[in-house]
Design a protein around this ligand. Sequence first.
Ligand SMILES: NC(=O)c1ccc[n+]([C@@H]2O[C@H](COP(=O)([O-])OP(=O)(O)OC[C@H]3O[C@@H](n4cnc5c(N)ncnc54)[C@H](O)[C@@H]3O)[C@@H](O)[C@H]2O)c1
Length: 603
Amino acid sequence: MALDLTPEQKSTGKANFEQAAGDLARGDQMNTMATGGPPDPTKRDRRDFLKAGLAAGAVVPVSAAVYFGYHEWKGNKAVRTALIGCGDEGGVLVGDHNPEFNEIVAVCDIRPTNLERIYKGEPQGPRKGLNGIYGKDSAKKIKQFETVDALLGEAKKLGIEAVIIATPLITHDAIAIECMKAGLHVLCEKLMARTIGKCKDMTQFASKTGKYKDRDGNPVLLSVGHQRHYSTLYAQALEVLNTGILGDIKHIRALWHRNNSWPFSASAADRAGFATGNDIDGKPFDLPALRDGWCKPVPAKDAEPFLKNPTLMPKDYKSVTELVRWRLYNETGGGLMAELGSHQLDAASIILGHVHPISVQGVGGKFFYGPGKNDRQSDDGVFVTYEFPGKTYYKRDTSGHLVLQGGKPVKQNEDDIVVVTYTSFNTNSFEKYGECVMGSRGTMVIEEEKDVYLFKEAEPGKAASGGRDTRVTVTGAGGGKPAMEATSTWGGGGGAQLSKSSTAPAWDSAVRGYRTEMEHFAFCLRKWQEMKQHVSYEKDEQGKLKHANIIPRCHGEVAMADAILALTANMAMNRKNPQRIKFDEAWFEVDSPEVPETKHAKA
Ligand SMILES: NC(=O)c1ccc[n+]([C@@H]2O[C@H](COP(=O)([O-])OP(=O)(O)OC[C@H]3O[C@@H](n4cnc5c(N)ncnc54)[C@H](O)[C@@H]3O)[C@@H](O)[C@H]2O)c1
């Protein structure tokens, strides 16, 4: 993302971010409302905590629990949780979960190799496996199931209270609804569902209506796994952005590129483990021609049960190949926008204050893959442009809250637009993924979900007043309008101490957000049980949830907005009928029957 920055310039950018966050926290300019996070009662804690964190030299707060307002967990029993879907993401969630909050008591998957892998884990990386967390005989304590029905059949006996769903996109709504009907609380991976209609179904089934109850008679809870809502790094970046020190933001550039064009190779031993012969749809199993995480070889062990008895295959998939490579098919996946774009559009909409976009248009398609080259239905390149409302597009009150009329924001300056572009290509990995926020007074770059760089714009005619080598402090942080001021150029001293070394671990749970998202889910669940009443999703006059601190930050309505961003972009890029689609506010309303797919051809 920060393509042409030297290591020294990156250090300057990091130090600037830290300095600005410190100055703003010390000046009490950090704004709790801005994060959509816990309301005022915790503000004192969070501010002190930010100060303490910064004084101790940490770029990001040490305790996500304090930041997100669930530090009073002690004394609560861990939530007895089942994991449904033990593939790549299920492995990450197991590796990052905290057994004090979510005790995994059962797992479920229809692929034998992934059931094995979820216990064993992997020697490198975040997938520590259940054995790595609960001990090497974890399989004796953690029961395994091959179907969701079998799991639900024993849920009561096993005392299961909640499920984490990490299965392919096409399955999310049906599995989530089945689990909620069975009285289980649900944390479902993103993208929420394959269509917006299905997202609405899921949200309506969840606690909003209060119809389905857990075993203690409390409404079931639904959370969706867009983990950036739980990243302390994003939260802090957002707090800095919301003070206005970047000036007028007119453009956000987000991207996530990969290179999946290299030839596939595998050892003879590995090849012996891949399925051969014909799949259950009669087509031959094939090996990928190119190395690509979306187009993996089909393990013989996973094919075996379905070849013996094809009726075991859930109706969502026509073949074992489709089960393994679900991202390649339009029916089972949502392409690059659903898999990657949704995360970064989520970040852009958080940065712009959870506002809904105005329009989307773009170009995308299968430009590289084809016969003999990991062929697929899904796209391999997308370039999308969104128009979002800028700060003054809608009327705001003196505290910055949107002014609503009949529940809708009141327009004020329709020319104030922020252009958000998103690109994702499969044939070049030169740039690191991330988001670059460009303002009239400065630039913030968030890279690979782990680094933030902040730079000031240079002032005309004023040497060393900004740019890539300039360190900054924030003036006016204690009162008035905060702004960045240049202190020195690199090597000239001054500014803050650099505190996050380049040797900092690449995986930091609080920054990544997965662990925090699972912990907060458990916290909300216990709080709902304590309240013994329907937790309201009612909003105050400013459109803020009254019970915000005990509702998952990425609850159904929020996750549905992310799905609308991703799936509507796919419709706009339809090769046969490309269009500029204007977003309809009714699509974002859970109780409205309006959905984009009825008006615009499904991609
Ligand atoms: N939040 C993130 O950063 C992130 C990252 C990667 C993936 N994801 C999401 O996680 C989900 C899973 O992705 P993945 O990469 O782990 O895919 P995967 O193919 O590696 O794993 C999916 C697993 O679900 C199992 N499964 C499929 N249908 C099932 C059913 N009906 N019942 C039980 N098990 C079933 C499969 O056998 C497989 O083991 C997707 O929704 C994906 O978008 C999120």
